[in-house]
Design a protein around this ligand. Structure first.
Ligand code: GLA
Length: 414
């Protein structure tokens, strides 16, 4: 398999970093894990909805090789100040310890910790170098890194996992139990299973994946990610954790009132929904707003899927936009810079839909754009975003993305 030109650049950087930091990756492998773009239901994973998304071509690359010892030695070109992260298998800091909160090393520590906790016998350490170009906040950089580390550790230890959904669970456990991030499974699913040119559909009741190509005749479009240049703190420190707790609270209130549900996605019936809104609208207006978003977005989800299958990207875009308004006004998970980006690109002809992406507050927004209008989007953002947010003029970025495989392994390069 050939490396793309971006891949070649990353690979060259990795070789240089390996040399500088004395990391031995000769005859090793290179594994590339993607980012993801969710088309629905954003914030649906921890509310039990079905999910749909694609893998996008911003990546984490890791070159590694088993080193014949019990030591793990890793260097990240994205966090050079952390130096080489070095530890013995079986000997990593306690989960969520204060000393590791600021280092990216908490990811490999967490992978080792969770794999061991789940009974996997790791006897082989690795030497590795990592480099990535996934912007933080909205494109699942942390899930991509975690998956890359898990797959590489398994590979170095000759461990094969038949049911890939187990890998999703392990990666989520690294973030939930070790790092302390309350993320769901959306990111891991949309990266691990992603296939070039395909949408990935996840059914939570059956824990199954189906691939859905976009229907024939769809007008040529691009996925554009609008990085606002803001840093999003971990999900545990952001509105995300508050929203999760609110949704759980509403579920428990409804269960006590004898509604037979286990998550907000179980409220699908219009009559039941309306009854709840009447019954709790005055006492719990905020919680009802959260439900309104999930209820409406879930209804739109099926329309979006049908439109995707029919190649009707205009409708997919309209639904994406409607979801964005719900995320902004009902779910209240967007942020000022994210909305500045949306407000700018929505003025451009050929933008089919736009909204905030991922965890919320900060990070990136996204848009579905007719291919021939991508440059106009770039120009509009360059002009208007810098006027509106001058302090971020050196930090924002526009990424025009392709739909790609979630995981690729390159052998014979090193
Ligand atoms: C973050 C989380 C995911 C998901 C999205 C919102 O990316 O990691 O689990 O909840 O936010 O859809």
């Amino acid at each position: 398999m050939e490396l793309t030109s971006e891949g070649q650049k990353a690979f060259a950087k990795i070789l240089q970093l390996a040399k500088q930091n004395n990391i031995d990756i000769k005859d090793g492998k290179l594994r590339r894990t993607s980012s993801r773009f969710c088309l629905g239901v954003e914030h649906g994973d921890y509310n039990g909805t079905e999910l749909f998304g694609v893998g996008t071509d911003r990546f984490i690359w890791m070159a590694y090789k088993p080193n014949g010892t019990k030591k793990v030695r890793l260097f990240s070109g994205n966090f050079p100040d952390d130096g080489v992260i070095e530890f013995e298998l079986g000997n990593v800091p306690e989960p969520k310890s204060a000393g590791i909160a600021q280092t990216w090393g908490r990811f490999p520590y967490g992978v080792e910790y969770i794999l061991r906790r789940q009974g996997y016998k790791l006897s082989q350490g690795i030497d590795g170098v990592i480099y990535g170009n996934i912007p933080g906040g909205g494109m699942s950089r942390s899930a991509s890194l975690t998956l890359n580390l898990i797959l590489s550790m398994f590979n170095a230890n000759n461990i094969e996992i038949e049911d890939k959904m187990n890998i999703v669970d392990l990666a989520q456990a690294v973030e939930n139990d070790y790092i302390g991030s309350p993320c769901g499974k959306l990111d891991q699913i949309m990266i691990l299973f992603a296939r070039q040119g395909m949408g990935t559909y996840y059914n939570p009741a059956k824990r199954t994946i189906d691939y859905v190509p976009i229907g024939p005749g769809a007008s040529d479009f691009r996925i554009v990610v609008l990085d606002t240049g803001t840093d999003r703190p971990g999900l545990e420190k952001s509105t995300y954790a508050v929203r999760r707790a609110e949704c759980e609270k509403l579920v428990s209130i409804l269960q006590k009132a004898n509604y037979d549900i286990s998550c907000l996605a179980d409220i699908k019936d219009e009559t039941v929904y309306k009854k709840i809104m009447v019954e709790f609208g005055e006492t719990h207006p905020d919680l009802c707003d959260r439900l309104r978003y999930i209820f409406d977005a879930q209804k739109r989800f099926y329309k979006m899927l049908e439109a995707w299958k029919a190649g009707n990207i205009e409708t997919v875009g309209q639904i994406f936009r409607a979801d964005g308004i719900g995320l902004r006004d009902d779910y209240k998970i967007s942020g000022p810079e994210l909305e500045t980006m949306c407000d700018i690109v929505r003025t451009v002809q050929g933008v089919l839909g736009e909204r905030m992406l991922g965890g919320g507050d900060k990070g990136a927004s996204g848009a579905l754009v007719r291919a021939e209008c991508v440059e106009a989007v770039r120009e509009a953002v360059d002009t208007a975003y810098t006027r509106s947010r001058p302090e971020l003029a050196d930090k924002y970025a526009v990424h025009v993305c392709k739909v790609v495989d979630g995981v690729r392994v390159y052998e014979g390069l090193l």
